[in-house]
Write a protein that binds this ligand. Sequence first.
Ligand code: GLY
Ligand code: MN
Length: 515
Amino acid sequence: MASSSHGPPEIAMELHALNRAKLVHSFRQYLKASSLPLFGFILLQGGGEQSRYCSDHVPLFRQESYFAYLFGVREPGFYGAIDVSIGKSVLFAPRLTEDYAIWSGKIKPLSSFKERYMVSLVCYSDEITEVLKSHYRGPGKPLLYLLHGLNTDSNKFSTPAKFEGIEAFQTDMTSLHPILSEIRVLKSELEISLIKYANDISSAAHIEVMQKSKVGMKEYQLEMIFLHHIYMHGGCRHCSYTCICATGENSAFIHYGHAAAPNDRTLEDGDIALMDMGAEYHFYASDVACSFPVNGKFTDDQRLVYNAVLKAHNAVLSTMKPGVNWIDMHKLAEKNILESLVAGGILVGEVDSMMEERLGAVFMPHGIGHFLGLDAHDPGGYPKGTERPTEPGLKALRTTRELKECMVITVQPGCYFNDVLLMPAMENPNTSKFFNQEAIERFRKFGGVRIESVVHVTSNGCENLTDLPRETWEIEAVMAGASWPLDSETIQKYKSTSSSSSSVAPEAPATEVST
Ligand code: GLY
Ligand code: MN
């Protein structure tokens, strides 16, 4: 991807042409394998602008992700078709009225969309029936392959395209979704460079948040620093998900920061902060979490929990490579966290017995990570024929697939002290024996720690696309004003004064981890 020294990088729009070519290739293979004729159009409807309830306020539009994947179109109200027999693409743009030109700006000619989006033809959306009928190469009623299928994270269905005159076509609602979801799982180099950019700007923004964090501030001020950074310095107008800026007890709640818990607590001395925020750039996501002490110095208890999570994070990263099973990575993270909690005196007993009782899920109720691409929780986690596990913790996994080269997946271990999970486990006769009740009492208002990085699976290992201070001493150095990456003098000073660290050497940022 071409980058400029000022402002965000240029977008290589051929990325979407490549995505379409991958789809056509896979779709034709499917048609051949099913002995179906190589005719018809793949047809998707892009997103439309929605006003806020009954008002005329229109929140900023963001394209639907499957449509963005194939066409890269940023405007609302489009349709896109791909001719399965020859692979050519047509976009259908809304015919805008004179009112648009008065209120919203110049109406672009169709030729400008053809050039920007690199398609063979652009027509108006009121011409869709006529254009598709006249370009159809097969016999009989023209066939449309429409997008309809379940998103296994949201449990919602994608909406198949609708337009006036669709009765003149035959429609197939089942073939497209699984094939398109599957090709989104393996990322091209151009996609990875956009994800890397979104991660770079998010990492830099998280560092600014850490450096500006002060006791007495509000959580939303940390959110504002992140948003300002990614937009001001990165041209990122969207985040990939709602910002989670949790401090103190709030950090025990995995998705804190929603409208009913709006990042509005005052930071107190001795709080842990859990910041989970990710910028989006040209539809591509990042998903990054950092945990740090709001006053810049880890307490012993914070260090214990933080290093438990860091050890889990690093253990997963150093094991990831093609062929590795994701459930095994979840269990590896759980095991590391439980071992550290035993070493720290919070738990007592055999870690293997704890694993059998699924105790890990009490401290980490979410999955170890998920696919990431155009969505922070990208589709393809449970293809047809695969089942979600039912055991505590494992059932929260957004995928259980074996890793493959070119997957991009997050590694997000966490350790939380949440009474809703702790109390029943401490009362359960099968698990109560594992808890040091006195030690647990110290952590009742602790909150939680999460470390999340975005990871690209390579041919023989993986590459961490997130570049952040992760060791406790690195965080303390950066929070004391050192710039990242640390220079050798700062490393010398902070590493040697560090009272303890995770037993794994700090990972060099964004480098190949081969196993
Ligand atoms: N990082 C937030 C999530 O994965 O849900
Ligand atoms: Mn995540």
